[in-house]
Design a protein around this ligand. Sequence first.
Ligand SMILES: [Zn+2]
Length: 197
Amino acid sequence: MDDIIREGNPTLREVAADVEFPLSDENIILGEKMLNFLRNSQDEVTAEKMGLRAGVGIAAPQLDVSRKIIAVLVPNAEEIEENEKGEEIVIPPKEAYSLATVMYNPRVVSHSVQDAALAEGEGCLSVDRDIPGYVIRHARATIEYFDKEGNKKKIKLKGYNAIVVQHEIDHINGIMFFDRINSKNPFATTEGMLLLD
Ligand SMILES: [Zn+2]
């Protein structure tokens, strides 16, 4: 999984092919590998050992496989509280992840008029430079996809999860995050746009 292709590689600009059901073993294993990669990348010890950059999402085209498969793994934040002695204690979240899944043939089927962007901008495992600016996305989106058993799923997303999934769905359509930054004014906002921390 150190074979992530970088911007400039034409695969990242292709519209990826739909996968067919029932899924081939190859496509099931690829999805599992992608999710595993994200898990490893978020584990400090493993990431350092393997030289991985932490990621919350990855799309098959980033592995030079032009198929509509994405994996997302968005951890919930830990909470910090103070005990009676005034010491900070870390409280792990009840659920480790707010989103942890492999999606086959995902697409946005409806979305809010309202836009949203991450205040800090976006990064990408296929882009080795900082590109400042607001990446303008839908604040809320309904996503349809298939799970590995071939069941059709529909989920409504908002906030950070909505941003992550839209970033990955863009990859299977040949779109890079910087395409969505206003080139003349990178920090321009649209009416009512949400800025997410
Ligand atoms: Zn990316």
